[in-house]
Design a protein around this ligand. Structure first.
Ligand code: SF4
Length: 875
């Protein structure tokens, strides 16, 4: 297949528009929104006819220039005919006896007020006690709701109600966010999609980009077509992912089938080759790297690939120490002092000495790569000026994820390949509004404006901005964020610990919003037990899910894409607006209205019970958002139409409050944005949406962070206190206890796939994605299959230390895993076939996450979804 064909096979224009028009259903109007699936964040237009969505197409005025992938192209299926997309929608609030958990049966329809009052009654009991720094009730949210909702989570959950709160971003972005704070001083993807056109070399680490962010992959194909072999690409992945189809091996592109979790060894080994071999330390100094470094420091030697000027001016070095870094969240940046090494070139000397142990021959066994391949990769890395590294879950979803990012940033820094067009690191996000979770402040460690919770100055500035001049309230907000005596951060539990403590009874109840942990979470048997034991499980969603089978309360939501107003932030920091195209079905309400209705009723209940101080505090926080609409929240059921109408104004208020409190936060400032600007203006390239930061009402946003333009604005190159990048000497470590052995000899990785989004809640109800991928499977290398006597299509049992699944084997000659590695998609749960309604017993015979481990990276607490030791048996 030619290069253009590879790109085209993933990029579709006007697919559903053509179908609608062939069926004589042309759209009467086109309404601007954003695709609700991946972190590419394609701008889309919903074609509306007689109040119904009839088609969807890419927005030609957006960065995606009219294109969408199969998931975006088939979105209209959710609104058409009598398909599961229409039939299955949740339309009424539901309640049931907790004893009846375990299936989707036995619910009764209730009014909004009955459902919310039931929750209020329970939660106000829970909030009489504490577990950790918070009350023992938790919200587990997602990267698929609006940024405004995420701000609500920060304002009312973390601060107002003082409950535990984390999002499913913990599973996919926590490593990147934490590592960026450590490296750069603040969170935020530093580069743009278009940087691929400026790069000479692309390193794609653990990122199945063609399948999981097809929108951005389209740009990479375009860049490769334009630049030909002047753009070299290295794909580092234990699975031969779809992106390898564009590699030209004869021209030097590389596919490196690395052993999972061993990227630090590979990165350090590339650095070793650059210093010891390409700079001539072995040849000219007989390997005496200290003597060579001294000559570099004195100026006697001018290295070819090491950027001494950049290091001297912009780099501080630290010892890579997981135990110390794990204390950052609670104790704040003073912990860096414990691991600080000399700065600038003296620190570089320590780095060069440290790398002695990473000779390619010495890491070949660990990484599974040949010394020759490591040398070729190192040569590619320093070829020409601009090298860009991009990575996603294969990097972050491992118990050593933070160390990988830090080792990679260090390599980019010492070679001066960071902080300009086409040079640097680009950790992306998987979910459509993954970054919104961080900017809104809905994940532990982040506060509104993507502030660092561990930073005292950030806590104080947030309290001040939110308090609107009321000093008493400012003190109260601050008290929710930090311990007044120790000045340590007061933090919620993170996701895995929320579920573990739900299981052991320390957390009493959970409210999930637009996420399906009974499929997506690691170690599903643990989640299953936790949800069964909880006193209260609330599920807020648009469709029945596997998690809903364990709910007592179900809250029907409007779909943010298509049925509500809001904003999303994509992987390149682009803020885009979503307009409402059609009314939600039945009594469904927008997420923000549901949450505010709960807080309103909870606050009234506290007042009635005499808990006046907490009630007054919540009233103060609610006021600027719902002022003038209070009577509507008194009787939600009677005011559904009015509350839907009020939604747009409430979203505007939330957005402008978030914009206000974000002012001054480097790289994350959206104070120059408003709904008005998002609707009427375009960015500097003429596309809809603006990339953060947007500093004032005439600013058009920044293309990238930490380049000269950034430095000119902030008077510092990086967002650390002294403006220097933090670089680390990190050894290859694997903190999780699990590894392969004689009993569990295979390494399992659980990726996403092109056809389905997350747990198939929506794509499983769209005809084409469902038909293409109706069930789960296990992909296995042909040599491993032969050894195990497995033929294509045989049923196999895959078992880890936590559970087992039974799926068909696919002897994969396309997306082939390296020998010893197997992969299966994690999208499938026990609801099985959503078209026929065929179900299984929970947690599901082919649910991949039954196998995965909830061990996590000690710093980011992101679980290890990309490695589990398994055994395989033909059945
Ligand atoms: S799934 Fe991603 S690439 Fe596909 S249309 Fe949606 S945002 Fe674009």
């Amino acid at each position: 297949m030619g290069l253009k064909a590879v790109g085209k096979s993933r990029w579709i224009e006007n697919f559903s528009q053509d179908i609608a028009e062939a069926a004589n259903l042309p759209a009467e109007k086109w309404v601007n929104s954003v695709c609700p699936y991946c972190g590419a964040g394609c701008s889309i237009l919903y074609g509306v006819r007689e109040g119904k969505v009839v088609s969807v197409r890419g927005n030609p005025e957006a960065w995606n220039r009219g294109g969408v992938c199969i998931k975006g192209a088939t979105l209209a299926d959710l609104y058409l005919s009598n398909s599961p997309g229409v039939k299955d929608r949740l339309k009424k609030p539901l309640l049931r006896d907790p004893e009846k958990r375990g299936s989707l049966e036995n619910f009764r329809e209730v009014s909004w007020d009955e459902a919310l009052n039931y929750m209020v009654k329970k939660v106000k009991e829970y909030t009489k006690t504490k577990f950790g720094d918070k009350h023992p009730f938790a919200m587990y949210g997602s990267g698929q709701v609006s940024t405004e909702f995420m701000y609500l989570q920060a304002k009312f959950n973390v601060i107002g109600m003082n409950i535990h709160n984390d999002n499913n971003g913990r599973l996919c972005q926590a490593t990147k966010a934490n590592a960026m704070v450590i490296s750069f001083g603040i969170d935020g993807p530093p580069m743009s999609f278009d940087d691929v056109f400026e790069a000479d070399n692309l390193f794609i680490f653990g990122f199945n980009i063609a399948d999981t962010l097809p929108g951005w992959f389209g740009k990479i194909v375009e860049a490769k077509v334009q630049k030909g072999d002047n753009l070299k690409i290295a794909v580092i992945n234990p699975v031969k992912i779809s992106a390898t189809q564009i590699l030209n091996y004869k021209a030097g592109d590389l596919y490196l089938p690395i052993i999972p979790t061993t990227d630090v060894a590979f990165i350090n080994s590339m650095a070793h080759v650059i210093i010891y071999e390409l700079e001539g330390v072995n040849r000219d100094y007989a390997g005496d790297v200290s003597r060579w470094a001294d000559d570099v420091i004195s100026g006697k030697v001018k290295p070819k690939h090491i950027d001494t000027e950049f290091i001297a001016k912009y780099v501080n070095f630290y010892r890579g120490d997981y135990q110390v870094l794990a204390r950052l969240g609670k104790e704040g940046p003073k912990i860096f002092e414990e691991i600080k090494l000399p700065s600038g070139l003296e620190g570089f000397k320590e780095y060069a000495k440290f790398l002695a142990a990473y000779k390619p021959e010495d890491v070949a066994k660990t990484t599974g790569l040949t010394p020759e391949d490591i040398r070729k990769a190192a040569q590619m890395f320093v070829r020409n000026k601009n090298t860009m590294s991009m990575y996603l879950q294969g990097f972050g979803q491992q118990s050593n994820g933070v160390s990988k990012h830090l080792a990679l940033v260090t390599l980019h820094a010492v070679t001066g390949r960071i902080g300009r067009a086409g040079a640097g690191v680009m950790p992306t996000v998987g979910q459509p509004n993954g970054l919104g979770q961080r900017v809104g402040g809905a994940v532990v460690g982040r506060l509104p404006g993507n502030r660092n919770h561990p930073l005292a100055a950030h806590r104080a500035s947030l309290a001040k901005a939110m308090a609107r001049g009321n000093q008493e309230m400012e003190a109260k907000i601050l008290e929710r964020l930090e311990d007044p005596v120790t000045k340590y951060s007061r933090l919620s539990l993170t996701s895995v610990d929320i579920f573990k403590n739900l299981k052991n009874g320390n957390i009493k109840g959970i409210w999930t919003v637009c996420t399906n942990p009974m499929v997506a979470f690691p170690n599903l048997n643990m989640v299953h037990e936790a949800l069964r034991k909880a006193d209260l499980v609330v599920v807020q969603d648009i469709y029945p899910t596997e998690t809903m089978a364990f709910a007592d309360v179900v809250l029907p939501a409007a779909a943010i894409s298509g049925e509500a107003y809001g904003t999303y932030l994509n992987s390149e920091r682009r803020v885009q607006i979503l307009e409402k195209a059609v009314e939600p079905p039945g009594d469904a309400l927008p997420d923000e209205i549901i949450h505010l209705a709960f807080v309103y009723k909870y606050q009234k209940a506290l007042a009635e019970e005499g808990r006046q101080e907490d009630a007054d505090f919540l009233k103060f926080l609610l006021e600027p958002i719902i002022q003038g609409y209070e009577p509507l929240f008194e009787n939600v059921q009677a005011n559904i139409r009015e509350l839907r109408e009020a939604h747009q104004e409430i979203q505007k208020r939330l957005f402008s409050e978030l914009a206000y409190v974000s002012k001054g936060i480097p790289g994350n400032d959206l104070s120059g944005l408003s709904y008005e600007r998002l609707r009427t203006e375009k960015d500097a390239k003429g596309y809809v949406g603006f990339k953060l930061p947007v500093l004032d009402s005439s600013h058009k946003g920044l293309e990238r962070l930490y380049d000269e333009n950034y430095e000119a604005i902030y008077q510092k190159r990086f967002a650390t206190p002294d403006g220097k990048l933090r670089c680390f000497l990190f050894e290859q470590v694997h903190p999780a206890e699990e590894w392969i052995d004689a009993e569990y000899p295979f390494m399992l990785t659980l990726p996403r796939i092109y056809e389905h989004w997350h747990t198939r809640t929506r794509t499983g109800r769209c005809a084409l994605p469902h038909r293409l991928r109706p069930e789960a499977w296990l992909s296995i290398n042909p040599n491993d299959a032969k050894k195990l006597g497995i033929k294509d299509g045989d049923w196999v049992e895959v078992e880890s230390r936590r559970g087992k699944v039974t799926v068909k084997a696919k002897i994969d000659t396309v997306k082939t895993p390296r020998e010893g590695v197997v992969w299966m998609p994690w999208a499938y749960g026990f609801l099985g076939n959503l078209f026929t309604g065929q179900k299984e017993a929970p947690p599901g015979k082919s649910a991949g996450n039954v196998l995965s481990t909830d061990a996590y990276d000690p710093v980011s607490k992101q679980p290890e979804l990309k490695f589990a030791a398994v055994k395989i048996r033909k059945v």
